[in-house]
Design a binder for this molecule. Sequence first.
Ligand SMILES: Nc1ncnc2c1ncn2[C@@H]1O[C@H](COP(=O)(O)OP(=O)(O)OP(=O)(O)O)[C@@H](O)[C@H]1O
Length: 287
Amino acid sequence: MSKIRVENLSFKYLSSKKWALDTLSFEIDKGELIAIIGANGSGKTSLCNAIRGFIPHFYKGVYSGDVYINGENILNNSLGKLALDVGYVFQNPFTQMSGVGETVYQELCFGLENIGLSKNKIHSRIEEIVELTKINKLINKNPFELSGGQQQRVALASILVMNPDILIIDEPTSQLDPQSSEEIFKIIYELKQQGKTIILVEHKMEHIAEYADRVFLLNEGRIVLTGSIDQIFSNPSLGNYNVSTSQYAYFFQALKERGKNIPYIPVNEEDSTRLLTSLLLKSEEGL
Ligand SMILES: Nc1ncnc2c1ncn2[C@@H]1O[C@H](COP(=O)(O)OP(=O)(O)OP(=O)(O)O)[C@@H](O)[C@H]1O
């Protein structure tokens, strides 16, 4: 059974004339990491909200089609129940903070206390997640006095303590410097290794190229391209949808256009390093 199944999903906000989501159908298996890309207004956030049930439980409009989580139609579940299966990490960590506690520890306790977990269970769950997200040193600090990167890790931790099977992560690094972004992506990769199903909205193509199993390219509420990283980033129509490819692919494409013998276009750091090393070796050998 697929983790997530979407059938002919369409949605139009009450105040809008056009469809934000337009007859979408797809399935996502357990453990997959799906990247959703697309220009501004293409429907990425709406699709995330439809998967976590905020469309149509919270946002009202014209809704048709079906979304199933673990085989169950989201229409048959409350937002509270859905939140236990689908964790949503906001783009802006500030929005994520409940503000109820004065310390990061209290912030992490909040959701667990609400579902009635015992003190011991709460403590061991928090210990595990604090380790994973490397926020040990922040645990007694005020969440609102942290740096952007620290807040993003705490926001992620506050969702992970709830242990949802599915994670929707909306542009987690949009406000972060490269090093903090790298740290967040390491955590996301670790979560994938643990078997979480992850939907990631991300503009930084290098990160997608590094980690995603499949990419969905949205345009005007429709999935216009879908496939593996290589299939998507080497697709010449990518530019038609105002989406850029990875910087690595740009670089090697430019060399190819200058007549260099580039056997394939790598899209991530690892493949680029491998190709560059082999090209340098060949040139040293005078080939
Ligand atoms: N609350 C809302 N009420 C009315 N229309 C909305 C609402 N939220 C989004 N829309 C519209 O739905 C369409 C899809 O928007 P959505 O925010 O899902 O796109 P997006 O790809 O996430 O954009 P961005 O990259 O800018 O966040 C757009 O035309 C947008 O104007």
